[in-house]
Design a protein around this ligand. Structure first.
Ligand code: C2O
Ligand code: CU
Length: 466
């Protein structure tokens, strides 16, 4: 058996070029899945039709240079997963695992749950996803730039008792702010940040404009969709075909229902079962129907001879994740007001500041990621139930995301359909809703709007579970 000489070891670490502070520390922890290397890096790709965009940011697996979109990470419910982040960018970064209810130290929020990962450094993430479904991952540092330039990837957490469908299509929906020749333009306009947010100029699914996917004729396709754009709210619909909504934000709907028009905002996910046409070569389209001119997100084309003749009527509800239900008789009520705030300059931060403050939660605009953040919204007691009384006191929709905990929409003045448990609620203009949760995960958990311009100009806060 060869012994590892100190010299080899040093050489090895120099090659990795990384120091691993405060992460999961794989070497010392038996029983953890062997880690994948997730390298944050620059790349280039043809996103616009008129040129190659340089300086895209993405993640790649292993040592090979990444080509294109961040990989879909597949995990298994209840099984450990480990990833070593290596920072190949020229600025600090971290990874947040959006929607996964994992331990606080793995949540990826700089200053709050882990140190910044500087260029050339690394961080070891290891956790066990407790829920099956569609989730996603992204940095939690300088996010308007890092996410805006490409760092948004989809996570599929598989369930051993998932039904088998004839095909699966995973769609990572996002836009890009590109100008002539495919070069990046200014990431936002302050006057839009103070309203609904600044839209991209090029719309993509999986980094392609209107991609076409093939699926068996007459088959059932599981379509997992994640809205990873920094701004856009989608209203999805289907043309020339039928589909059922089976899961929202990683959680099964109790009774699958036909897809008509469905709103979902940045951070949210939708899972559909779509029935392919019976005739080979025919296709159906998923489109965005928000606004006055609908457009195609993707086309699914029937291939492979005679129809499989599947029926949407045979689709059963997916199995539910185990999420504790709030005890409303003992729950403490916490009012949360989402408002605009007097405009003023924001403080600088290592993870970037947009230079403005436009928004606030309970009248307090977030000051950015600092070693000394504002006080938590409230200290929650481990295992206790709470009802968040959220009020959107603005004329804009806000996808409000809570880290580390899932909640149920108990009531709302704007909706009749109450979705399954979620980590992100798309609060409609002037919506008032009650959100029930059990504080069953220790630590500091951010709550913020997932329109990144809103998050970065004040609409952020956190709970502390003790
Ligand atoms: Cu998807 Cu705080 O993030
Ligand atoms: Cu918002």
């Amino acid at each position: 058996m060869a012994l590892l000489s100190r010299r080899t070891f040093l050489k090895g670490s120099a090659v990795a070029g990384a120091s691993f502070a405060l992460g999961a520390g794989f070497a010392a922890r038996p029983g953890i899945a062997s880690p994948v290397t997730l390298k944050a890096q620059f790349t280039e790709a043809a996103i616009a039709s008129d040129g190659v965009t340089p300086k895209l940011m993405t993640y790649g697996l292993g040592d090979e240079a990444a080509r294109g979109m961040p990989p879909i990470l597949r995990m298994k419910k209840g099984e450990s997963f480990a990833a070593r982040l290596i920072n190949g960018l020229d600025e600090p970064t971290t990874v947040h695992w959006h929607g996964l209810r994992i331990v606080n130290a793995m949540d990826g929020v700089p200053e709050m749950t882990q140190p910044y990962v500087y260029p050339g450094d690394g961080f070891d993430y290891a956790f066990t996803p407790p829920d099956a479904g569609t989730f996603w991952y992204h940095p939690h540092c300088n996010t308007l730039t890092q996410m805006g330039h490409g760092m948004t990837g989809v996570i599929v957490v598989e369930n051993p008792d998932d039904p088998i469908f004839d095909a699966e299509v995973v769609l990572n929906l996002r836009d890009w702010r590109l100008g002539a020749g495919g070069a990046f333009i200014a990431p936002f306009k302050p006057r839009d940040a103070a309203k609904g947010g600044t839209y991209g100029t090029v719309r993509t699914a999986n980094w392609q404009q209107e991609p076409v996917y093939e699926a068996p004729t007459g088959g059932l396709v599981r379509v997992r969709i994640a809205a990873t754009d920094v701004t856009r709210i989608y209203t999805i619909g289907i043309e020339d075909g039928q589909g059922l909504v089976v899961a929202l934000d990683g959680n099964a709907v109790a009774a699958p229902f036909p897809l008509d028009r469905l709103d979902f905002g940045p951070g949210q996910r939708v899972e559909l079962i779509v029935r392919m046409p019976d005739e080979e070569g025919k296709s159906i389209k998923l489109g965005n129907f928000r606004g006055s001119s609908p457009w195609t997100i993707t086309t699914l084309k029937a291939v492979g001879g005679s129809s499989l003749k599947r029926s949407l009527q045979d689709v059963k509800p997916l199995s539910a994740n185990q999420i504790a239900e709030a005890d409303l008789s003992t729950a403490e009520r916490i009012p949360l007001d989402f408002t605009a705030t007097a405009e003023h300059k924001a403080t600088e931060s290592i993870c970037g500041s947009l230079g403005y403050t436009f928004w606030a939660i309970n009248k307090v605009p977030w000051q950015g990621d600092t070693p000394d953040p504002v006080a938590p919204l409230s200290d929650l007691k481990l295992g206790k139930s709470y009802v968040l009384q959220v009020r959107n006191r603005t004329p804009h929709a806000h996808p409000i995301h809570l880290h580390g905990l899932s909640f149920r929409v108990l009531s709302s003045n704007k909706r009749t359909f109450l979705p399954p448990p979620t980590d992100t609620i798309l609060l409609q203009p002037d919506e008032q809703a009650e959100l029930g949760l059990v504080a069953d995960n220790l630590g500091d958990w951010l709550l913020h709007c997932h329109i990144i311009e809103h998050q970065k100009t004040g609409m952020s806060a956190y709970f502390r579970v003790v």
